[in-house]
Design a protein around this ligand. Structure first.
Ligand code: GDP
Ligand code: K
Ligand code: MG
Length: 297
């Protein structure tokens, strides 16, 4: 039997559920999710290996108008990734009446892409089926899609329908990664991201967008099956530092205990987590800091 393989980019407006889809496909939390836009800053690969196929899904930071160097970097990555893959999944939300300006902007870019473009309508758990039909028609008028696939990244299991549709256009190819590999993200980086996810969830709006997390030490304790993790939380202002630490250190404690639980789930071992908050004004425009935090090579 022939073996099929290929790369599949997931694109879409911020918050349509790209990271959630990646986690759903792998059954592991490898990409952080939040209700805030521009949560994902890196390109994250998720690998799905079957008996006669291997698909590599790529979660890209959302496509949007950039305001900082970090933003610029995120958009470039998203657009560049489209020209080098075997298929593109254009993710949109079911709970809208028609394509919005952000979707139209992405469609404009997709028209120049040579790979197969699928329209994936996510969050169908939020709407009635009847509501989907006019939305599907509206998208069909804008572009010729390889197929239109309604899903719920949040409530559906393995995404078998999506995978079988994508396999129809995949070329024969090699197994790029080992069978048991789910992602290209190092554990250290996922740990940093999980800490950032908790900050996104717990801290008010403007602070998290200026937050970067660096794991500075990640070591197994010799005596016990415990991993010691130390991380710096960078923010842009003294006032933000105050908010992140909270009264009597309450907020930092909460960030620490919630992220520790998630990191323990990820690593399957006990974790001892230490966090520090540091102010780095304008780090999002600082090339060196972007490298330190893994956003730039
Ligand atoms: P991204 O910015 O495109 O990566 O979006 P995320 O994966 O971070 O998801 C954004 C928000 O939408 C989160 O609050 C998710 O829980 C939620 N979400 C994602 N997929 C679904 C879905 O299928 N159904 C529902 N109800 N919510 C979803
Ligand atoms: K998000
Ligand atoms: Mg994301």
């Amino acid at each position: 039997m022939s073996f099929k393989s290929g790369f599949v980019s997931i694109v879409g407006r911020p918050n349509v559920g790209k990271s959630t889809l990646l986690n759903s496909i792998t059954g592991e939390k490898i990409a952080i999710m939040s209700e805030k836009p521009q949560t994902t800053r890196n390109t994250i690969k998720a690998v799905v290996t079957g008996d006669n196929y291997q698909l590599v899904f790529i979660d890209t930071p959302g496509i949007h108008k950039p305001k900082t160097k970090l933003g610029d970097y995120m958009v470039n990555i998203a657009v560049e990734s489209l020209s080098e893959v075997d298929a593109v999944l254009f993710l949109v939300e079911a709970n809208t009446v028609k394509p919005g300006p952000g979707d139209l902007y992405i469609i404009d870019q997709l028209k120049n892409v040579k790979s197969n473009v699928f329209l994936v309508i996510n969050k169908i758990d939020l709407v009635d089926k009847a509501q989907l039909l006019p939305l599907i028609d509206a998208y069909k008028d804008l572009m010729d899609f390889e197929a239109i696939i309604p899903i719920s990244a949040l409530t559906d299991g393995k995404q078998d329908l999506l995978i079988s549709e994508v396999l129809k256009v995949m070329p024969e190819g090699p197994k790029y990664f080992p069978d048991d590999m789910l992602t290209d993200q190092p554990e250290k980086l996922i740990a940093a991201e999980l800490i950032r996810e908790k900050i996104l969830q717990l801290v008010s709006d403007e602070v998290p967008h200026g937050v970067g997390v660096e794991v500075i030490s990640f070591k197994q304790r010799e005596d016990k099956n415990i991993i010691n993790i130390q991380a710096n939380i960078y923010c842009e202002k003294d006032t933000h530092k105050g908010i992140l630490i909270g009264k009597g250190g309450k907020m930092l404690k909460k960030i620490g205990s919630l992220s520790r639980i998630e990191i323990e789930n990820l690593l399957g071992t006990k974790v001892f987590l230490e966090l520090w908050v540091k102010v780095k004004p304008d780090w999002r425009n600082n090339e060196q800091m972007l490298k330190v935090l893994g956003y730039k090579k």
